[in-house]
Design a protein around this ligand. Structure first.
Ligand code: ADP
Length: 606
């Protein structure tokens, strides 16, 4: 999940208030009736003190809240009833904190938990409407509401920009290296794209592979990364990634306390199954544990604080100029500054500048925070940027929202095929993301249909692991479950006769143990009885492979290949590691490996 400014919320809130609230009668000390509200001192702007209930509709169903107003401020929000799953329920806690802190109902929602965020806002807006006050009255008070008191300047050994997986890994390593660390995060909570990802991490030679008897090696992983990126990658950086992925996974498990599931996934383009899966197949587990670990080491995370500019003193990057609620703040770094601002998938202009095909027609899976700020800031100091034209789409996303559909992970379990409207397979289902995306784009309507059966559902359990998404997809109609292939196909207008032929043919390949049509890797398991499932998907922007050129010490290089003193970078903000195309689950390996390197080196003032 990730934070985003849910524009839709603002509109929804306005509507909800317009619909529900009666115009507030001008209140004076005399007009306030006993028992309904405390005496109002500010006649026109006051919101009656009291506790009010409101209802909204979340992802899991009804959300009922109780909101307390005192002195025209929201002082407490209690969730009385909800059926959201734990990860999503956390979104309500986050929003409660923000609503109280900002004295506003119109706060950032938690994207990835859009429905929960919307339902929760709806419920609070409903409660607010019962005060009889208007949104303007709340806003008037909000304008005066105290924000976190911030100094105009701070000093630390290491300043990190961006609190996603790379920034937090760097923060922990720097703090473990004895540095005082401050992390700046522009959104109101840490997480970035890492939070909303599935959090899977490629780690060759890992403990589950050993249990399963899967042979793998650093060298094999190295080869896969290079091949997956069409050898456009910097082999030295790939070597570092391949050699350090397993130690990084062990570090996450043993030092940071990340819980990994007891199964792996087979991501497209890898030669073997090697990807570890964090608890609930969600980046929430990573960010939760990384944040806790960082805070336990005394790392300060300053949220809602976008970095705007890097400042050099005598050729060394020493300061970061940032903003908090309109206040300019200078963060001084005694030892080093680390850029961990993620990619630029949410920056339409930047996307189009480097790759005209990645225009507004393509949806995105990205956090709204992924706007390439770190690249911009470093470029102003002469930093070298590489591979900017390589922008990856994830092949199987929601056709309406662009959200990455985790129910589709049944494919990564090797248990689904992709067909087109004509009922035919058109690509190897475990191919690289760019290859599948390109193939999907060429199909009727630019969509693909993922097909699987009940055995596959039971084996992959995506309906349990991603229960909310599963139910929501069924409700939206983008997923169908039907007793017969014909019925399932009819839901989308897919050619059922052809689809049945495709399934029969695929089953023959399974019997032979060889997919003669597309050479699908991994185990081939025939489809059997219904119910059958079909999921409609389309590609959406997912990862930007390009970015800042770093060396193997995570130091940022200038146009001539020289180190920019005091400046480090890690994670999606960097380029040249994945070449033309990043393989699935390599990002978490990348951000952890290079985050740790950047943190360690910045702490050592290397
Ligand atoms: P990575 O996977 O490389 O860690 P993420 O997308 O997970 O990338 O995290 C990047 C983080 O950086 C996000 O939380 C994003 O909001 C944050 N960020 C982006 N630009 C800025 C900025 N200018 N100032 C502070 N934080 C930023």
């Amino acid at each position: 999940m990730r934070k985003t400014r849910l524009v839709v919320l603002a509109g929804m809130l306005a509507l909800s208030l317009a619909a529900c609230s009666k115009p507030a009668a001008p209140q004076t000390a005399e007009t306030v009736t006993e028992g309904t509200a405390a005496v109002q001192t500010e006649a026109q702007s006051g919101i009656p003190d009291g506790t009010y209930q409101g209802e909204g509709s979340g992802k899991g169903g009804k959300i009922v809240v109780e909101v307390t107003f005192a002195d025209s401020k929201i002082t407490e929000i209690k969730v009385l009833e909800n059926a959201e799953t734990p990860g999503f329920a956390d979104a309500m806690d986050t929003m409660t904190e923000a609503m109280i802190a900002q004295n506003s109902i119109e706060v950032d929602g938690v994207s990835g938990a859009t429905l929960t965020s919307t339902g929760f806002t709806q419920a609070v807006a409903d409660a607010f409407s019962k005060t009889g006050a208007t949104a303007d009255q709340l806003a008037a008070v909000t304008a005066e509401t105290v924000k976190d008191a911030r100094e105009d300047s701070y000093s630390a050994d290491v300043i990190i920009v961006g609190a996603g997986g790379a920034g937090l890994s760097a923060a922990i390593s720097a703090a473990e290296g004895g540095a005082k660390v401050i992390v700046l995060e522009k959104m109101s909570m840490p997480g970035g794209n890492t939070l909303i990802s599935g959090g899977e991490m490629a780690a060759p030679g890992n403990w589950l592979q050993k249990e399963e008897g899967i042979e793998d090696s650093k060298d094999q992983f190295y080869e896969d990364i290079l091949k997956g990126g069409d050898n456009e990658n910097d082999p030295e950086l790939v070597r570092i990634l391949a050699d350090n992925a397993l130690p990084a996974a062990e570090w996450l498990r043993d030092d940071v306390g990340v819980t990994f599931e007891d199964y792996e996934l087979f991501f497209g383009g890898h030669s073997v199954k090697r990807s570890l899966v964090p608890l609930n197949a969600s980046g929430v587990e990573l960010i939760d544990k990384l944040t806790k670990k960082a805070e336990s080491l005394g790392v300060e995370i300053h949220t809602s604080t976008p970095a705007k500019e890097l400042v050099q003193t005598d050729g060394k990057v020493t300061d970061v100029k940032a903003e908090y609620e309109g206040q300019e703040i200078t963060y001084h770094a005694d030892r080093g500054v680390i850029l961990a601002t993620g990619g630029f998938g949410s920056n339409l202009e930047m996307r189009k500048k480097y790759n005209a095909d990645m225009d507004e027609k393509i949806l995105s899976t990205n956090s709204v925070g992924s706007t390439g700020d770190g690249i911009d800031m470093a470029e102003k100091l002469g930093a070298q940027v590489v591979d900017m034209q390589y922008i990856q789409t994830y092949p199987t996303c929601d056709p309406e929202t662009g959200a990455l559909l985790y129910v589709g992970d049944v494919r990564l379990d090797g248990r689904a095929i992709l067909v087109n409207l004509e009922g035919k397979r058109f690509v190897e289902e475990l191919e690289r993301r760019d290859v599948i995306s390109m193939a999907v784009t060429e199909q009727t309507g630019g969509v693909s249909y993922m097909f699987w059966d009940e055995d596959s559902m039971k084996a992959s359990k995506v309906n349990e692991t991603h229960k909310n998404e599963y139910e929501q997809l069924l409700a939206s109609g983008n997923l169908v479950k039907a007793d017969t292939v014909e019925e399932a196909a009819a839901h989308f207008g897919i050619d059922a006769v052809e689809l049945q032929k495709t399934i029969d043919q695929y089953n023959e390949y399974c019997e032979k143990g060889k997919d003669e049509a597309f050479n699908k890797r991994g185990d081939l398991i025939a489809f059997t009885d219904g119910p059958y499932y079909i999921l409609k998907t389309t590609p959406a922007i997912h990862h930007t492979m390009g970015g800042l050129k770093i060396n193997t010490d995570a130091q940022v290089l200038d146009e001539s290949g020289n180190v920019i003193s005091g400046l480090y970078a890690a994670g999606e903000v960097t380029g040249d590691i994945h070449g033309t195309n990043r393989l699935g689950s390599d990002a978490i390996a990348d951000i952890t490996v290079f985050g740790r390197i950047a943190g360690k080196n910045a702490a050592e003032n290397k």
